[in-house]
Design a protein. Structure first.
Length: 294
């Protein structure tokens, strides 16, 4: 049997790359394609069927690998992958359902005590095994990940509620994020608006201990929005719906950070749509690792 190239090409995926994109074991993907009648195995190699061609599959040729099949990126949304067999609900599939990122799903699963970090990826906790999870290995990389039964979220309604809350925060407008509205973060801390809750949830799921409203050491009347004690780092979000006195206090805090040489990170409302990339990078530049880089 000829080997397939493990790469993504201009909107097309090889079978191996498609399995990685869907966060599925290669064997599960192959069986799904076979059952759907998109491919068949003849003469010791995989062949594209007429049905597979109709769904966008193409034959590519490589001198090194011979003929192999590629699939357009749109097949990731096909119903054959949405309606998987029991035990095949991945973090990516859950993330797609809620329009959030798989990293957020895994972080929340870990926070709920269902999975634990492992040197190769993730492993199940005893609670995760009780909930029907199973661990699989991504063949090319050797990374491990969890799969769950299809009724997993129905059985764990608190988890589904937390996922819905994370998803809600990611689709709010900048005005909705900024306006004053008391809300409680995942760690139980109360925030005066959704923007600060969004940042607080991100820090909490990233495993970064933080306090809110901490008085500055030499300016006790000034209270920071976020303080990370392990790294002595302050974090401020700009553009919120604040009173003139609150805006003045925020500028005073910034002056304090610069005067005292205290490391700090400033975020604007547009930045909140890219926390995984932007905040994780800014923290790493200041020597703070988050789950994004683990």
């Amino acid at each position: 049997m000829s080997k397939e190239r493990n790469e993504t090409m201009a909107g097309f995926y090889s079978r191996t790359a498609l399995a990685e994109k869907l966060d599925m074991p290669l064997k599960v993907l192959t069986k799904t394609l076979l059952d759907a009648g998109w491919i068949q195995y003849l003469d010791e190699s995989w062949k594209l069927t007429a049905k597979g061609e109709f769904e966008g599959g193409e034959i590519r040729h490589s001198k090194r690998y011979g003929d192999y099949i590629v699939w357009p990126s749109r097949v990731c949304e096909h119903a054959i992958f949405a309606d998987r067999e029991p035990g095949s609900l991945s973090a990516s599939a859950i993330a797609q359902k809620f329009s959030i990122k798989a990293r957020q799903v895994n972080a929340l699963l870990a926070e709920q005590g269902l999975i634990e970090r492992d040197i190769r990826g993730w492993r199940l906790s005893p609670f995760g095994r009780q909930c029907g999870g199973s661990i699989h290995t991504h063949e090319p990389s050797g990374r491990t990940y969890a799969l769950w039964e299809q009724d997993f979220l129905d059985r764990l309604k608190p988890l589904a509620a937390e996922l819905q809350d994370l998803a809600a925060g990611s689709v709010l407008s900048e005005e909705e994020l900024a306006q004053k509205h008391s809300c409680v973060a995942l760690d139980g801390q109360e925030h005066p608006c959704r923007a600060l809750k969004l940042v607080g949830d991100w820090l909490y799921l990233a495993g970064l201990g933080h306090s809110c409203g901490r008085a500055l050491p030499r300016e006790r009347s000034l209270k920071s929005q976020f303080y990370l004690p392990d790294s002595r780092l302050y974090l401020e979000v700009w553009g919120l719906d604040l009173s003139p006195q609150e805006i003045s206090a925020q500028f005073q805090r910034q002056e304090y950070y610069e005067r005292e040489g205290s490391p700090y990170v400033s975020l604007s409302l547009p930045d909140l749509a890219h926390l995984d990339e932007l905040l994780a990078r800014q923290l790493l530049e200041r020597g703070v690792e988050s789950y994004q880089h683990l």
